[in-house]
Design a protein around this ligand. Structure first.
Ligand code: KIV
Ligand code: ZN
Length: 406
């Protein structure tokens, strides 16, 4: 059965950069954009040009340095915004304007003091206006997560009629449950005339920790594009994280989906974004957290050393990490200790391991984690002890040191 491609729309430089405390200068943005292109994303949302001269300039510079990937700029459904987006995209080889308006009752009534009819009019006008600048126009129905499906379908049908090439269905407040978001996409696929001519996109926020689950429900129900960010950064609790959705697709071949992402570059891209934005990745973050492939309990370490798959469903090499790490703590067992000594070139037989393990536990109870340097100190300590001297004998061969009990 033929696999369907899911397009990856990266909004790290726009929604991601909206995070408090995360400010990127033009140079950093260009550096990240270049990395995203090599990573294989289909679309880079480079910024919101009307928001500041700096953002305008960043979008322009990104356009100049990106050769293959679609570069997209955000705008509200306002002439001035669309104009700025169109101008900022002037140097893009493949430009896209992303324009839109709130469609939920809450937005229509309180944000715009408007009516559903006027919102459709403004949406259509914005798409037509954006078409003067670029052929590729993506329309977002802000707060689609809380928009009634029938009205949302009407909005979509109208903007498709006037040239929208992509329609984005944002769950702006992270409100939907996966089943609900999935059936919204399904409803649109079934009920909007012309929907098969355009790309339907998910854009999910993580307020309830459901952004990735909702995006997954969206693509299972027929959406062809996922909007996401590196490390899941974005407004409030963030956006769907690129690394999660991409690896879910890769790990689950029965979904019959694929992306163009070179997953081996995920880890280095995550590191670059974290370094430039100053946004630390939480240690237990799926795929890219420092603990994602670390094992510290004795039972797990023993299993991993015997066969990696016992406690890992993802191969760390697939995301650009050389190997899983065995972290030595007071919960670690002999297998892990022997393994780490072996990595340092020391082969311990049973008696020497027992001896060193007892010294190790005393150290480990006082510390969070035992380093290679401390392992060497422990080894020395075992040797220095008069009693141990009698039972420890060190052999040196060409590649490693052997410690045997004699
Ligand atoms: O979350 C949202 O609704 C957005 C739109 C501006 C696309 O970011
Ligand atoms: Zn958003």
């Amino acid at each position: 059965m033929k696999k369907n491609r899911i397009q990856i729309f990266d909004t790290t430089l726009r929604d991601g950069e909206q995070v408090p405390g995360c400010k990127l200068n033009t140079k950093e943005k260009v550096r990240i954009a270049k990395k995203l292109e090599v990573l294989g994303v289909d679309v880079i949302e480079a910024g919101f040009p009307t928001s500041s001269p700096g953002d305008y300039k960043s979008v322009q510079e990104i356009c100049k340095s990106i050769s293959q990937t679609v570069v997209c700029a955000l705008s509200r459904a306002i002439e001035k915004d669309i104009e700025m987006a169109g101008l900022a995209l002037k140097y893009a080889k493949r430009p896209r304007i992303h324009t839109g308006i709130g469609t939920s009752n809450c937005h229509i009534r309180y944000k715009f003091n408007s009516t559903p009819e006027k919102i459709i009019e403004q949406a259509v006008y914005a798409v037509k206006y954006a078409k003067k600048y670029v052929e590729d126009v993506e329309f977002y129905a802000e707060d689609a997560g809380r928009t009634e499906n029938e009205f949302l379908a009407k909005v979509c049908e109208n903007v498709i009629k006037h040239g929208a090439t992509v329609i984005n269905i944002p769950d702006t407040t992270g409100y939907c449950l996966p089943e609900e978001y999935g059936s919204k996409i399904h409803f649109l696929k079934e009920n909007v005339k012309g929907i098969h001519k355009i790309i339907l996109s998910t854009h999910c926020h993580n307020d309830l920790g459901l952004a990735t689950a909702n995006s997954l429900a969206g693509i299972i129900n027929g959406a062809e594009q996922v909007e996401c960010t590196i490390n899941g950064i974005g407004e409030r609790a963030g956006n769907t994280s690129l690394e999660e959705i991409v690896m879910i697709i890769k790990q689950n071949s029965h979904l019959n989906l694929f992306t163009n992402i070179n997953t081996k570059l995920i880890s280095s891209t995550s590191y670059l974004v974290s370094e430039c934005t100053g946004m630390k990745v939480q240690a237990n973050k799926a795929i890219v957290g420092i603990n994602a492939f670390s094992h510290s309990s004795g039972i797990h370490q023993d299993g991993i050393i015997k066969k990696r798959e016992t406690y890992e469903s993802i191969n760390p090499e697939d995301v650009g990490i050389n190997q899983s790490s065995i972290v030595l703590t007071a919960r670690s067992g002999r297998a892990a200790l022997a393994y780490r000594y072996k990595k340092l070139g020391y082969f311990l037989n049973k008696n020497s391991l027992d001896l060193i393990y007892s010294i190790f536990l005393k150290y480990a109870d006082k510390k969070k984690e035992i380093t290679d340097m401390e392992l060497k100190i422990i080894l020395k300590k075992a040797n220095l002890n008069g009693k141990n001297n009698k039972i420890l004998h060190t052999n040196t061969n060409s590649s490693s040191r052997r410690i045997n009990v004699v």
